[in-house]
Design a protein around this ligand. Structure first.
Ligand code: PEP
Ligand code: MN
Length: 343
């Protein structure tokens, strides 16, 4: 079935909306208004070729036209623009910096990391209890003990935290501790996990699968949304390409595409995208310049001793200079970093 979403500009007139609806009907589609201001006209059904032939974005009052695939309909039409993570606003002009170690290793390591990123001005802490390692012999994370440490360090520093969940059976556990739950690249298409996350109340940070198209990624978000949770933040973290100098290839065009097709917030993880600390700052800057609503960066108090991903972790000093650069970019793109969430 064909479909198209037409977002009108704020202040579009009733006559402009009616002209769009009339063109949709001419193309055999049903026209449905799904919001009052700014108006969105949904065209359902009709003939794909006839719909695609209309230069929608040239019509007066139209801001953007997005072809609708059934698999991501509810995230594309979702009115949620700003997601709240424990009082911090993400999206809709509000940017966030999430920073911390890849994995929680010990109380000392986590406390040092959290104090350093807080002092540098990060808004949320990252740190994982469960790690999806390529080798089953590698450090797998401290499990619930790490969640306890994260909660303890949240008390100490006031930083809410984001942590990954790997297994649908752990969703309730992670949800009971974390302020935001992350789905990693390897689990983006774990549909039972996504459904479980849709049934719990914490916001979900959904990373792009390393082999997933943008459409598949939005389809994954649709699982979370359909199960009842619309508080979804997308995270571009690089995709697999023929290039081997970086761990993955950061696809910044995905940020622009997400911004053009949905209202969902999207952030970028330059650490897992590149795997190299020297590339983290330039790509974090580029992410904000491209319109991302924030970045998530690996920071370790002593990267050379990290149990996981030391090569891509910034030390506290490097992170602090990055924060200063990000503040400058944010001003240039009119992004308010670390704004409190307001209803
Ligand atoms: C992470 O953020 O720690 C992580 C495992 O990232 P990804 O799922 O993107 O590889
Ligand atoms: Mn990692």
């Amino acid at each position: 079935m064909a479909g198209v979403l037409i977002a009108m500009k704020p202040g579009a007139t009733a006559a402009q909306v009616e002209a769009v609806a009339a063109r949709l009907r001419q193309a055999g589609a049903r026209a449905e208004l799904i919001e009052a201001e700014p108006t969105v006209v949904l065209g359902n059904g009709g003939d794909r070729i006839a719909i695609d032939e209309v230069p929608w974005e040239a019509m007066p009052g139209v801001e953007r036209a997005v072809p609708l695939s059934r698999s991501s309909r509810s995230v594309i039409t979702s009115p949620v623009e700003v997601v709240e993570v424990a009082g911090v606003a993400v999206g809709g002009g509000h940017g966030v910096v999430i920073a911390g170690p890849c994995a929680v290793e010990s109380r000392e390591q986590l406390t040092a990391a959290a104090q350093a990123v807080r002092a540098a001005g990060a808004h949320l802490l990252r740190g994982d209890a469960f790690k999806p390692r390529t080798s089953p012999y590698a450090f797998q994370g401290l499990g619930e003990k790490a969640l306890e440490l994260l909660a303890e360090v949240r008390e100490l520093t006031g930083l809410p935290f984001v942590a990954e969940v790997l297994d649908p059976r752990d969703v309730e556990l992670v949800s009971s501790y974390a302020d935001c739950i992350r789905v990693g690249t390897r689990n983006m298409s774990n549909y039972p996990l996504l459904t479980e996350l849709g049934r719990q109340p914490k916001p979900v940070l959904l990373k792009r699968g390393m082999q997933a198209s943008i459409e598949e990624w939005l389809g994954a978000a649709e699982y979370v949304s359909n199960a009842g949770n619309r508080n979804i933040i997308l995270c571009e973290r690089g995709i697999r390409t023929f290039e081997t100098t970086t761990r993955n290839t950061l696809d910044l065009s995905a940020v622009a595409v997400i911004k053009a097709t949905t209202r969902l917030p999207v952030i970028v993880d330059p650490s897992h995208a590149t795997g190299r600390r020297s590339l983290v700052a330039p790509l974090a800057r580029a992410a904000l310049a491209a319109g991302a609503d924030g970045v998530m960066v690996d920071v370790h108090p002593s990267p050379q001793t990290a149990k996981v991903d030391g090569a891509q972790a910034l030390d506290p000093e490097e992170f602090s200079s990055l924060m200063a650069e990000l503040h400058r970019i944010a001003v240039a793109v009119d992004l308010a970093l670390g704004a409190p969430f307001r209803k």
